[in-house]
Design a binder for this molecule. Structure first.
Ligand code: FDA
Length: 502
């Protein structure tokens, strides 16, 4: 511990020498360390006793602070975990499962400027902004522009874009990462780079290769996409005795084939299947499409709600379209304990299998929220190697989001065993060789890194890495060995450098 504390002292001294103001650096015991740590620690499992906390938190307010943190961290053996919105399912941005891990958090929550250039359909957004803030800023500037990103308004732009970013506009325009035009990154040497100075290999890796492995992305230039002035949403709930299983079975076939303007997801919770749609057009046209493609759902004009695209973001995040758009600016969330697992489906799961999942798993009180998110459309036209996200050709994503509020091992074990049990039972029906997982839905059950000498073992990392990235993992490892050969940006699931002989 003596050497740890001298490293930390040296690290803190180094930050001061590089003009990082003292009030931006919090250490345990200082005023507001806990408040800052907890501010976006979204999964309470990773702030429990026994989980390793940061030795310091640097709340950067400008890119120079990011550079200083990387340079000082490297110089004094303090690793960095970067946090933008703190939604990492395994808490990798603010905690470590290793008791002897020795790290500081670089918190980007104050680096969140957004500049919209509506005339060029472009925006610069800093990583600490939330997607809700970005949606709000776009809506305030122009009612016929949008951006493809996730449903939850508090997601941090930094982590979300680093891992891909799937949402209601993805069937029409791809992932967030597919719409990144440029980025400003601090690399392992502390240099501030943009697309032309970093080159195309690093620019490829940061658009979907998962957060933390390659450097710190300070800001992103993104393409804004056209949306109509009026869009339509609906939410139609069906219980088991209102044919929920039959509807889900049918949904699997039709949802990836629907017109690109229509996103129709299903959420199953409390034994109800909620069919939620965003349509880039008017109600009358939507009713027509639904009649032709999914009559069994029984959708009618009464189900429609017409609104602006930014209002639809409120609807999809809160399921309350009448809230003012300002709710998108709220950065706080309810705190919960959580475990997430994700999968992909190629062949529709047979009705019988859905019946047995429902009877065995979904009826239990500890059942997770089941999310079914359709691909197809534009997603399918993008090459699996265009960005590190390779899962372009599946029909849909299948996710289990278990969250609960009571602390204690009993609650934890019950939830974990539910999520792991259903995942296991689904094996015959879902992606295979490898089981395909979306990196933004981090899952340490897939494996964690081990060292090979002083760096992360590539062979061990392949076990989890190829599930997230398939053949792109090797290319990511090659980028890592070029840009961070000493493996400074290291977590339980950071990309390993590719050994020279591979
Ligand atoms: P956080 O700050 O925890 O970062 C995540 C990872 O990226 C960490 O490893 C971190 O170190 C790294 N990182 C963060 N900022 C970085 C930066 N600037 N540079 C480099 N590395 C950085 N996903 C999706 O595609 N669609 C969806 O609809 C949803 N919905 C959703 C809802 C909820 C409630 C949760 C908890 C999560 C989702 N997600 C999602 C998953 C989400 O996209 C994923 O967790 C993102 O990584 C979150 O990014 P944050 O910046 O919030 O997380």
């Amino acid at each position: 511990r003596a050497s740890v504390s001298s490293d930390v002292d040296a690290f803190l001294g180094c930050l001061i020498s590089k003009a990082v103001p003292c009030n931006l650096v919090k250490t345990p015991g200082t005023n507001s360390y806990s408040e800052l740590l907890m501010s976006t620690a979204r999964n309470l499992r990773y702030v429990l006793p026994g989980i390793t906390r940061p030795l310091a938190i640097v709340a950067a307010t400008e890119p120079a602070h990011v550079q200083a943190t990387v340079v000082c961290g490297r110089r004094h053996s303090v690793r960095i975990r970067t946090r933008s919105g703190g939604h990492d399912y395994e808490g990798l941005s603010y905690a470590s499962i290793h008791p002897d891990e020795h790290f500081a958090v670089l918190d980007l929550g104050k680096l969140r400027a957004i500049h919209i250039d509506a005339a060029r359909s472009e925006a610069w957004v800093e990583s600490g902004a939330t997607v809700g803030e970005l949606y709000y800023a776009i809506g305030a500037a122009n009612q016929t522009l949008g951006f493809p990103a996730g449903n939850c308004h508090t997601l941090g732009v930094g982590g979300h874009l680093s891992g891909g970013g799937f949402g209601p506009l993805s069937r029409k325009y791809g992932l967030s990462a597919d719409n990144v035009l440029d980025a400003v990154v601090v690399d392992a040497e502390g240099r501030l780079l943009n697309r032309s100075t970093m080159g195309e290999d690093l620019f490829w890796a940061i658009r979907g290769g998962g957060g933390e492995s390659f450097g710190v992305v300070v800001s992103w230039k993104v393409r804004l996409v056209p949306v109509p002035e009026t869009v339509t949403v609906f939410s139609i709930r069906r219980s088991r005795n209102q044919s929920a299983v039959e509807l889900i079975t049918k949904w699997q076939e039709i949802s990836p084939e629907l017109p690109r303007d229509l996103y129709l997801r299903v959420l199953v919770q409390n034994q109800q299947a909620d069919f939620i749609a965003l349509f880039l057009g008017r109600c009358v046209q939507l009713v027509n499409t639904m009649q032709k493609t999914f009559r069994a759902l029984g959708m009618t004009q009464q189900d429609c709600q017409e609104m602006s695209w930014v209002k639809s973001a409120v609807f999809l995040s809160f399921n309350k379209p009448n809230s003012p758009t300002e709710v998108l600016l709220n950065r706080t969330n309810e705190d919960y304990f959580a475990k997430f697992k994700s999968d992909h489906v190629q062949e529709p799961i047979p009705k019988k299998a859905w019946e047995s999942i429902w009877d065995k798993w979904l009826v239990k009180p500890e059942a997770a929220l089941l999310q079914l998110d359709p691909y197809g459309g534009f997603m399918r036209t993008i090459s699996p190697s265009a960005t590190p996200f390779p899962h372009r050709n599946y029909k849909y994503q299948l996710n289990f989001f278990s969250f609960w509020f009571e602390n204690g091992t009993e609650a934890l074990e019950k939830r974990l065993s539910w999520v792991r049990g259903v995942y296991e039972d689904l094996t015959p029906h879902v992606s295979k060789n490898p089981r395909a997982v979306y990196v933004n839905y981090r899952d340490l059950d897939l494996g964690t890194n081990e060292l090979d000498g002083n760096v992360t073992s590539y062979e061990k990392a392949r076990v989890w890495g190829e599930k997230y990235f398939k053949g792109n993992f090797k290319r990511l490892a090659a980028v890592k060995s070029k840009w961070d050969p000493e493996d400074f940006f290291r977590t339980e699931q950071s990309v390993a450098p590719l050994p020279a002989a591979k």
